[in-house]
Every structure is written in structure tokens, then in C-alpha cells.
Design a protein around this ligand. Sequence first.
Ligand SMILES: NC(=O)c1ccc[n+]([C@@H]2O[C@H](COP(=O)([O-])OP(=O)(O)OC[C@H]3O[C@@H](n4cnc5c(N)ncnc54)[C@H](O)[C@@H]3O)[C@@H](O)[C@H]2O)c1
Ligand SMILES: [Fe+2]
Length: 389
Amino acid sequence: MEFSLRTKLVTGYGCLEQIGEIVQGFGVTKVMLCTDSFLANTKAAADIQDALKARGIECLVYTQLQPEPIDVDCDRGAGFCKEQGVELIVALGGGSVMDQSKAMAAIVANGKSCRELDDTVIPKRMLPLICVPTTAGTGSEVTCVAVITNTEKKYKMTIMDVDSLSPDVAVCDPALLTTLPKKLIASCGVDALTHAIEAYTAADGVNNPISDALALQAMRMIGENLKRCWEEPENREAQSAMMLASTMAGAAFINADVGAVHAIAETVGVAYHIPHGVANSLFLPYVMEFNRTGNEGYYARIARQLGVAQPGAGDEENGKRAIRFVEQLIDELEIPAFSDFEQADPADFQDMARRAAENALSRDNRKEIRQEDYVEILEKAYQKKKLYL
Ligand SMILES: NC(=O)c1ccc[n+]([C@@H]2O[C@H](COP(=O)([O-])OP(=O)(O)OC[C@H]3O[C@@H](n4cnc5c(N)ncnc54)[C@H](O)[C@@H]3O)[C@@H](O)[C@H]2O)c1
Ligand SMILES: [Fe+2]
């Protein structure tokens, strides 16, 4: 068994104030703050720039990126880094900013294009990277993965290498969640929950006791806090729990894997331009139901973590209670349904199901899953079929 967590984690309300000192520790003089055009105008971006300036460190701001990053933007940003002689990147943002920053840092170090880094060992360690997550969802601040869309072949590449692509430091300040719109608290939170559930229910030999422990605790924290964080945007305790739980779920899945929810969500997300967290929410209950039969004990344990297991009820009933909880949570968080997306067309489902079945993530799903199973899951999600009333 192997378990790696190469990223130093700094966390706690207000911990962003340590950023100047942390960057200074790398002995660099020129830094790039990679963020998006909204976050570039926030107090957090200003605080980072002030802290660096106060220590005599030059800081360029780079915002040429889009949500769900694409290969050509990463190549362009890496070109800029090289031209400017950037020595370290600070990524301030959600999974999109962090993933694009990882890709740019790896392209600069390796002299390859973004597409050339897909599906291969990355020989040289990327430029030093400090991640400052502003969503509680992806866990990208501690994962060695950059998920980047290949615009030529229209799929999400998983650029991955534990030695070369794990961020150096993750500065996880829950205060940054205060500006996060409710709909993103919801969908990013369900992404984190999906990481925890899929890591825990990954195929035997893919999961392991350490990732199980992280995933189970993350489920408990998300079960208790996601709805509260969504209802009370100023609730520090709920924000802190969600920030930490999403990081823990990231550390769990990167040492196990995600499975069928991510396989189908990636396919549908790229085809219909549905954000990652929302795409996961569309399918999570239906994949849980598919996986539950034959694995009742796993789902009963998930129910216990989510606080919905009934004492005295058997695994069968408690597993169903876990799924009912997740189904209701997604409804209560007002996440859009599949049929709300006008571009969704059942005529596409066979092809999408085939692509999902061919996705490597399907191999790490607890249960063998075939094209016809995905078709059924797509249809149920499209009809928003109630699993348990
Ligand atoms: N690398 C990994 O391990 C990993 C894991 C899961 C998902 N992903 C990838 O992450 C991406 C999704 O990331 P995400 O869900 O974090 O969303 P995101 O990074 O795409 O951000 C979505 C939107 O939220 C806004 N935003 C972010 N933080 C904000 C804040 N604090 N206040 C106000 N607005 C804010 C951004 O400006 C953006 O418009 C996808 O591309 C997905 O494939 C990566
Ligand atoms: Fe995810």
C-alpha cells in the first residue's frame, strides 16, 4: 500500500495572513498570483499582493483563465511565466485556478505542451506552487492532479504525477468562503461529498485504510455542515468544517480514486458545459443506488457517518437511508436538475454512456459498470426519478 500527502497544510480562520512569510521561505524574488478576474478584485488578492510587496517580492497578477480550464490557456499562461522569469506561483481560486496553475507550473518546468503532459509521467517537478482555495469542493490544493479540457479531442485530461504535481503548500482559509455564492457552496460541497463517498467505495485494492479514515470523517463533517454553510453564509464553524472536509476528501480520493459518478459527470459536463460540482450532483444518488446492491455494509456505514442510520435497522435499510439523505440534500440545496439544462438530449445518452464506460475511472468503481448501466443512470437522472419516497 502507498499513501502520499506531499503538501504542507496551513489551515484556520484568517491563516491567509501567513502568506508573505510562507512565500518568503522559498527564497524567491518574482511571483505570479494566478487568479480569475472576479477574485483578482477581492480583499484576499489585495492582501496577498501587499504581503509580498512588504517583503520586497515582485508579484505579477495573471487572470487569463476560464472556469473548467482548457489546454491552450495553460500553454499561453506558461509562455507568459517563462518570458517573465516567474519563480513561484500562488494560485488563488477554486479547482479551475488551482488546476490551471499546476498545469502552467509543470509546462514551464518540463518544456512540453499541456497535451503532451496527459497520461504520462511528468519528469521534472513543477515550479513551486502555493494553493489558496476559495471554494470548499475539489481538494485540488492537496491533489497531484490537474483536470484540463483537451479542446481538440473534447475530453477532460487528468494530468497527474505525485512527485511533480503535488502543491508545495495549501493555505486553506475558511474566511475566503464568505464571498462564495450559495449555488457554489452547494455544488462544490456536493463535489467534496462525492470525493469522500467514491474514495470510500472505490474497488478493493484501490481504497486503503488511511483514505477510508479521511473519507469517513469528511462525510461526517459535510453531513453536519454543508446545509448550515449554505443557509448561513457567515457561519464560521460551518465554513471551517467544509474547508477542512473538502481538503480531507481530496487527500482521500487522490490516494484511492473516484469512480462512476466522476466518469459520467466528466463526460456530460464537457459535452453540455455543466460545472463539475453540478454534474456530480446530477448522478450521485443514482450511482450510489447502483453500487449499493451487494455492498450494503458500505452504504450503511455511510449512513452512520451522515447521521441518518437508524439503530436496529439492518444494512439494507440504512444504506437506503444514506441515499435518501443525499437525494434530499441535493434537492434542498436547490442544485439544478439534469432536465433544467436545455442542451441535454436523451438521443446523446448511448454515446455518453459508452464514453463513461471507457473512462479509466469506471475501472476503479466498486462494482463493474457497463455502458447499459450508465444509460439507465442517465435516464433516471434525466427523469429525476425519486429513488425512495
Ligand atoms: N485537481 C483536482 O483534484 C480536482 C478535483 C475535482 C475537480 N477538479 C476540477 O476543478 C474545477 C472546478 O472547480 P470549483 O468547483 O472549485 O469551481 P471553479 O474554480 O470553476 O470556480 C467557479 C466559479 O466560482 C467563482 N469563485 C470561486 N471562489 C469564489 C469565492 N470565494 N467567492 C466568489 N466567487 C468565487 C470563480 O470566480 C468561478 O467563476 C473543474 O475543472 C474540475 O474538473 C479538480
Ligand atoms: Fe470532483
